[in-house]
Design a protein around this ligand. Structure first.
Ligand code: GLN
Length: 197
């Protein structure tokens, strides 16, 4: 059986940590910086970092349309800045600014909605999609994270904070998380993404 090959968009941000987590799960993982590197991938992760920077670099490297075509066909997971990049709507925060978005998923997000860098936090989450009956909470790390303001159409919220704030969603083969599963020792979110692949 062919092993899965997963790309991690490596323009900026926390891509190494995703690569390491994927390798620890026995999957082939490669850094993606150019359109042709998407060709033989089974799935793609767009990491956290700074979404404006990721968007501008993606545009400069001619990746915007190739990434949209890839996402039409194959599973894509955006963590934090990656979630913003995949969203169709980002709030007024960036209105009028030059921030390229892939604009694939029917979600509305609000950037930096938990506050500044110093307001970053870690909390335990119940994640309903871990279908193997695993009830252990998932340790979620939020770093200047976006909030998921609304999931529309076929997009469904799959994790919320105790106060009801949505922090992860899925729409078909697209997954988004406000937080950073690659920065924990817990591979369950990566395994879940691989199950979509
Ligand atoms: N604050 C960043 C942004 O708006 C996202 C932070 C992150 O990816 N950890 O793009």
């Amino acid at each position: 059986m062919k092993t899965m090959k997963i790309g991690v968009l490596a323009l900026q941000g926390a891509f190494i940590e995703h690569i390491n987590m994927l390798k620890s799960l026995g999957v082939e993982a490669v850094e993606v910086r150019l359109p042709e590197q998407l060709a033989d991938l089974d799935g793609l992760i767009i990491p956290g970092g700074e979404s404006t920077t990721i968007g501008k670099l993606a545009r400069r490297f001619g990746l915007m349309e190739p990434l949209r075509d890839f996402a039409d066909a194959k599973p894509v997971w955006g963590t934090c800045a990656g979630m913003i990049f995949l969203a169709k709507e980002i709030g007024d925060d960036t209105a009028g600014r030059d921030q390229p978005l892939l604009g694939m998923m029917d979600i509305e997000v609000a950037r930096n909605a938990f506050g500044r860098q110093v307001d970053s936090f870690e909390t335990d989450l119940d994640v309903s999609v871990f279908s193997n009956g695993d009830k252990r909470p998932f340790p979620a790390v939020f770093i200047r994270a976006p909030k998921l303001v609304a999931a529309k159409g076929t997009a469904k919220v799959i994790a919320t904070l105790p106060d009801g704030t949505a922090v992860a969603a899925q729409q078909g083969h697209w997954l988004v998380t406000s937080f950073h599963p690659e920065l924990t020792g817990d591979g369950r979110f990566h395994e879940y993404f691989l199950s979509l692949v």
